[in-house]
Design a protein around this ligand. Sequence first.
Ligand SMILES: Nc1ncnc2c1ncn2[C@@H]1O[C@H](COP(=O)(O)OP(=O)(O)OP(=O)(O)O)[C@@H](O)[C@H]1O
Length: 281
Amino acid sequence: MSTPAAQHASGRMPDGGIAARARGLTKAYGSGEAAVLALDSVDVDIARGRFTAVMGPSGSGKSTLMHCLAGLDTVSAGRVWLGDTEITGLKERELTRLRRDRIGFMFQSFNLIPTLTAAENITLPMAIAGRGPDKEWLDQVIDTLGLRDRLKHRPAQLSGGQQQRVACARALVSRPELIFADEPTGNLDSRAGLEVLGFLRGAVDELGQSVVMVTHDPGAAAHSDLVLFLADGRIVDEMAEPTAEAVLDRMRVFPEGNPQTPGFDVARDRLDDDSAAAQED
Ligand SMILES: Nc1ncnc2c1ncn2[C@@H]1O[C@H](COP(=O)(O)OP(=O)(O)OP(=O)(O)O)[C@@H](O)[C@H]1O
């Protein structure tokens, strides 16, 4: 399938180029009658230096797409590139190195090490890679994320929003080519969620970072430059310069029958909360 996303994204990258792309990306789980086609020949270009959101009903293939683009999962057919490097066909060891050196990850559950301080958590991936962080860049990331006075705290001494900011700093500090964020605001209240989205937005605008974020939340997607909509393992639509209202309207017409989709009600409530929080500010 040639998706409009591929055409659209290509046309929107006059300077930045492509951070990741897939052609004919197909992923099937199981076999025989139990087989599930999680991704159905997806073509997509992820623009460099931009913030891309991936939305769609539960089970539409969002996480699978992210995992295949990030080399966390093998593909059944098709090809995937990170920058100019084709990752399909790489051996597990090469993939591990590529993920470590070139990709940043943020998860809903933060994934911080409880016994390490914020500062140690931020630099851990680089320490594992045997590289020292670029001090100037580290300082810039810490200040951009407002973590300067929290560096000696352990995760349990930080709020959820602060923990996610540490996770954000950890993802940014090695200057990865691409950050994948899977529901990064899923465990946060709306105010802390807005804060983290603001930082991701700032990472793109001020630090030139490329970000792909999977989310159920139209309010979160509204912080992106481009929303890709998945349904049944295909990219069925996209929206540039999204607003929460426009994304919510688009989600309503999915054939899968939103609002039965898990996350839809949560998304609508979050949208209301976000509006309330914004009005309080
Ligand atoms: N390890 C697996 N084994 C079998 N089927 C799987 C596996 N992982 C995902 N699937 C199936 O693949 C399809 C896509 O799943 P995926 O997790 O990518 O969807 P999603 O859009 O991220 O869903 P959600 O919004 O609920 O997280 C679903 O039908 C799911 O049941």
